[in-house]
Design a protein around this ligand. Structure first.
Ligand code: NAD
Length: 484
């Protein structure tokens, strides 16, 4: 199946921090893939803007290298990057001074859609926003894209929102959470709201519990200094897992439109109950004979920051009262996998007797790897010998069903950047959502800090601390096995 690509309007995209790691690994290769897909009109222009002293030609070399390294396997039509590089330019700029702004003003075409990607440290957001205005680069329809982390608590998120609000309206601000750009996440909404099959069962009466797992095999890598001030709660749960929770738990919005969707997500966050201390498991990966542990990686022998977190949550509303949500995320685990698992209740009565065993439907929504969904359904085991039941997965792996183009087209960043150009905020977080998520997160962190909770050590390459398994076992449940 060939995916339909609708070109966007001509645009100017300025990437502040255009020489940084995120630009190199995600933004530039993503834009190139959109160019290859025919989505970028000939008049479009991408301008890197950063501190490094460089000219257009130097930056094009940088972009070419980034594409070679990170754009992934390319189709035959896309072996020539020069056509894309013709649209790329660079301005040396000082976010905190006046250097480079006049040149940028000369390059940005006011009559086109223009977007400014703030791929820099959040401490520079205010400076850049202010200078965009000062130099006449921002109009009523300019868009800005801001990256995580959006604050480190409610106060800092409010301050950041206030800084941006001084210069831009909410409809101009695109707070990126790349999890929302994943094909499967949008498919989750298609499955929920495009079929009659699931929605009638999508509630506490039929759903036993829901698990959300984001597991990584890597450790903190070179980000130790940042990570140790953040931990799994701030780095993953407050944003990515919370967004997944919202989409799985929200009421059907009246329309698939930005505020309709975001209003419903906000209601979910506001309905979250405070989390009981015994429903929180924090862990740190331990050292092994040949690999450093978390504390060595962050070079902080007394660190109490968690590299693993599991939580049991309740949502206080009619739909979900009584159905627990279990969230877990961690580093140095057995497999790199992100998945949402909806475990339905047992049939109310088994007509097949005790020998048939216990069976239940499980809908697993995989974000990575191999984006797709499986639905376990119970059928009769083939063959003679009576009524033995077996659970088999109906596999909806997109690449299998829709062809390799489906997989090709699914990089989150490129989709989200195109949404910015289109002016569609549905998959971006609104300011009040981010603040509500921090308002829920802050007391949990304050609680474990006040109790001086020490994270439990866990084995590298495993499933996290034993207590995380116990969190489920106590309720007669278990985590779905981590599989790559
Ligand atoms: P980086 O340190 O690799 O790059 C920073 C960029 O900002 C460089 O291009 C640098 O020249 C520019 N810069 C710094 N000070 C400047 C100044 N005064 N004036 C003009 N330009 C200046 O950072 P990164 O990893 O690319 O991250 C950028 C942002 O994206 C950060 O907010 C980060 O938290 C966020 N983010 C990064 C990743 C990632 O994978 N790298 C993932 C999620 C979010």
């Amino acid at each position: 199946m060939v995916s339909r690509v609708i070109p966007v309007e001509p645009f100017d995209l300025v990437i502040f921090g255009g020489t940084g790691d995120l630009a190199r690994r995600k933004i530039l290769p993503g834009l190139f893939r959109r160019y290859c897909a025919g989505q970028m009109p000939p008049e479009a222009q991408v301008i890197g803007a950063a501190r490094s002293d460089m000219d257009d030609s130097g930056y094009r070399d940088f972009v070419r290298d980034a594409i070679t390294e990170f754009a992934g396997p390319l189709s035959d039509e896309c072996q020539q990057v020069d056509g894309f590089l013709d649209r790329v330019g660079y301005v040396t700029i000082d976010a905190q001074g006046e250097g480079g702004w006049a040149e940028l003003k000369d390059r940005v075409r006011a009559e086109l859609v223009h977007a400014y990607y703030f791929s820099v440290a959040p401490s520079l957001f205010g400076d850049i926003a202010e200078r965009l205005h000062l130099h006449g680069l921002a109009g009523d329809d300019s868009r800005i894209v801001v990256e995580k982390p959006f604050g480190k608590d409610l106060d800092s998120a409010r301050a950041l929102n206030a800084t941006l609000a001084k210069h831009f309206d909410e409809h101009q601000i695109y707070r990126i959470d790349h999890y929302l750009g994943k094909e499967t996440v949008q498919n989750l909404m298609a499955v929920r709201f495009g079929n009659v099959l699931f929605e009638p069962l999508w509630n506490a009466q039929y759903v036993d519990h829901i698990q959300i797992t984001v597991a990584e095999t890597v450790g903190v890598g070179g980000r130790g200094g940042y990570y140790d001030t953040s931990g799994a709660m701030r780095d993953m749960v407050q944003n990515h897992l919370m967004q997944l929770l919202c989409l799985i738990a929200m009421e059907p919005p009246a329309k698939f439109e930005p505020d309709a969707v975001r209003d419903e997500k906000l209601k979910v966050i506001r309905a979250l109950e405070p989390v009981e201390p015994h429903h929180i498991v924090r862990g740190q990966y331990d050292k092994t004979a040949d690999a450093p542990g978390y504390r060595q990686d962050v070079e902080n022998p007394r660190s109490f920051t968690e590299s693993f977190l599991a939580l049991k949550l309740h949502i206080s509303n009619w739909r979900w009262a009584g159905t627990p949500f279990y969230l877990r995320t961690g580093k140095k685990l057995k497999a790199r996998t992100s998945e949402i698992v909806v475990v339905f209740k047992d049939a109310p009565h088994s007509i097949f007797g005790a020998d048939a065993g216990r069976h239940r439907n499980v809908l697993a929504i995989r974000l990575q790897p191999n984006e797709g969904m499986t639905l376990d359904v119970t059928i009769k085991e083939p063959g003679p010998g009576g009524m033995r039941l077996v659970d088999v997965p109906l596999d909806m792996t997109f690449a299998d069903a829709l062809g390799p183009e489906a997989e090709q087209a699914t990089e989150a960043y490129e989709r989200l950047i195109m949404d910015v150009i289109r002016g569609n905020q549905t998959l971006f977080m609104r300011g009040d959502e981010v603040e509500a998520a921090w308002a829920w997160t802050d007391p949990i962190i304050a609680g474990w800090t006040a109790r001086s909770d020490v994270p439990k050590p866990y084995d590298q390459g495993g499933s996290g601390p034993e207590d995380s398994l116990m969190l489920m076992h106590r309720d007669g449940r278990r985590w779905r096995e981590l599989k790559a």
